[in-house]
Write a protein that binds this ligand. Structure first.
Ligand SMILES: Cc1cc2nc3c(=O)[nH]c(=O)nc-3n(C[C@H](O)[C@H](O)[C@H](O)COP(=O)(O)O)c2cc1C
Length: 196
């Protein structure tokens, strides 16, 4: 059985992170993706990644769901998944997940991941952070989610923006226990090219 992974992409800056994750997943045959793209993500995509459209991105997914479709399979805990990634995660969606509002499919699916004790990885994009942002991050962490900010490392000597993006995507794949070779690990001298 394939690993089902839900990918939520919200209207925080950096839709390229979600795009890159979907590109990488689309090349791993053992993964089945369920994509939820918020309406605001369509706006940031047109502003920040003009070569991409929601339609082009959805073509990379096995299943794409409208955020309004609260009857989609991923709305129920009985639909088994390996986990969910929200990348990038806006402060609005972070707040909705922290307060369990379940107002759209993306937040409902995240709520389901938490209640079923499945892996939920949030990649928040905002800076600086005020106390409510930090409290929301603490709340979701207490409920079992993992906050994984797109904070670039430099030990692998990145040369391009793509190297920086791939470092963040590689960290997300590590958290999902999916093999990859998107960046050179500290202490290793060789790339083995699993998913690139
Ligand atoms: C160009 C642009 C960049 C934005 N960047 C951020 C950001 O980095 N973080 C954030 O929380 N919101 C950001 N926003 C605001 C969100 O898009 C807005 O709060 C939206 O309502 C989020 O909705 P969603 O979580 O349903 O996608 C940005 C908006 C635009 C237009």
């Amino acid at each position: 059985m394939k690993k089902r992974i839900i990918v939520g992409i919200t209207g925080a800056s950096g839709p390229i992170y979600g795009i890159r994750l979907m590109e990488v997943f689309s090349r791993i045959p053992s993964i089945e993706t369920h994509l939820v793209l918020s309406d605001s993500a369509g706006i940031t995509m047109s502003l920040e990644s003009p070569g991409w459209t929601p339609a082009r991105l959805k073509a990379l997914a096995h299943h794409s769901h409208s955020p309004a479709d609260l009857a989609a399979p991923i709305s129920s805990g009985s639909f088994k998944t390996h986990g969910m990634v929200v990348i990038p995660c806006s402060m609005k969606t972070l707040g909705n997940i922290a307060h369990s509002t379940g107002g759209d499919l993306l937040c409902r699916a995240a709520d389901v991941a938490l209640k079923e004790r499945r892996r939920l990885i949030l990649v928040p994009r905002e800076t600086p952070l005020h106390l409510i942002h930090l409290r929301n991050m603490a709340a979701v962490t207490e409920a079992g989610a993992i906050i994984a900010p797109p904070a670039p490392a430099f030990y692998h000597q990145p040369k391009t923006i793509q190297d920086l993006i791939d470092h963040t995507i590689g960290k997300v794949l590590d958290l999902l226990e999916i093999e990859h070779d998107l960046f050179q690990r500290w202490g290793s001298s060789r790339k083995s090219r699993v998913a690139k």
